[in-house]
Design a protein around this ligand. Structure first.
Ligand code: ADP
Length: 271
């Protein structure tokens, strides 16, 4: 009997070793896939704005004196917008690195959600010039234990996407309300929406619906970062399509336990 047990144990160990080897091989293959996806994405996403910056600067330097004011302003605006795009891109990579290395430590200060929504819309205002922004913020939302920088970054990424994927002239709506005790924030647009089979996958790193569609530059990192940040703060984020019309709706939910209580607020105001 002992021999039989020992044989079975030896077989089991061999299986475990084999499984570990396969797991390791899988991890290596996945790391390699992500590394090359990152490199492809980086080289494309750095090149496109850089080429347009170089093109605009070259025209300004060569022919600037003969351009009228309007043409010069347009070229300068292109340079500014493309530089901002590069900046967002680098910001995304840094955020992702923070998430992956586990070095993200969200603050849990009291945050007024309305203030953060206003701040994010101001930060994204240059991206929203071709859309109509509608704010539906319920009065007297409670203060929450959140990191206002991370929360603002999430809202900024969602507004960036809405502006990127929904046609010019359409409305982008941010709705914030309490549902039971939870704070629910919806960012809704009137764009094409998201294919039902991709509603979950859009939060994966590097996943892009129509991955080959390069007309709308992007890294496929924005929503992965949003999910990482929201979950790190104790909330949830998911996507739906609008039931009433065409368009995507990204929903963030923060549970009631993150609400700062009245007595804590009194304590804070006393300090
Ligand atoms: P990126 O926008 O850089 O590609 P994201 O992670 O922000 O990366 O989004 C992943 C994918 O989800 C996008 O490529 C796009 O296909 C889809 N997506 C995100 N937001 C929207 C939206 N508001 N409307 C339609 N599709 C969207």
């Amino acid at each position: 009997l002992l021999d039989a047990i020992s044989d079975q144990a030896a077989i089991a160990i061999e299986r475990i070793n084999l499984a570990t080897d396969i797991d390791q091989a899988r991890v290596i293959a996945e790391t390699e896939r992500l590394r090359s996806a990152l490199l492809t994405s980086i080289s494309h996403d750095l090149r496109t704005p850089l080429s347009s910056i170089i093109g605009s600067v070259t025209s300004l330097r060569s022919f600037g004196k003969s351009f009228d004011g309007e043409t010069r302003d347009e070229l300068l605006l292109t340079i500014q917008e493309e530089a901002e795009r590069l900046n967002r891109f680098v910001g995304n990579i840094l955020d992702m690195t923070k998430l992956e290395s586990g070095s993200l430590r969200p603050k849990d200060g009291p945050v007024d959600p309305e203030d953060t929504i206003f701040a994010a819309t101001r930060a994204a205002s240059r991206l929203l010039t071709h859309h109509r922004l509608v704010l539906e913020i319920a009065p007297d939302l409670p203060l929450l234990r959140l990191d206002s920088i991370l929360f603002g970054q999430v809202l900024f990424n969602l507004l960036d996407n809405a502006a990127k994927y929904a046609p010019h002239g359409t409305a982008i709506t941010i709705r914030a309300q309490l549902s039971d005790d939870n704070l629910r924030i919806q960012v809704m647009d009137e764009g094409p929406g998201i294919p039902p089979q991709d509603l979950e996958r859009i939060f994966d790193k590097f996943f892009r619906v129509h991955g080959g569609d390069r007309r709308r530059a992007g890294t496929g990192l924005g929503l992965a970062i949003c999910r990482g940040f929201v979950e790190a703060m104790g909330g949830q984020i998911f996507a739906e399509n609008r039931p009433d019309r065409s368009g995507a709706c990204i929903i963030i939910a923060f549970p009631g336990k993150l609400t700062v209580s009245r007595s804590e607020i009194d304590q804070l105001t006393d300090e």
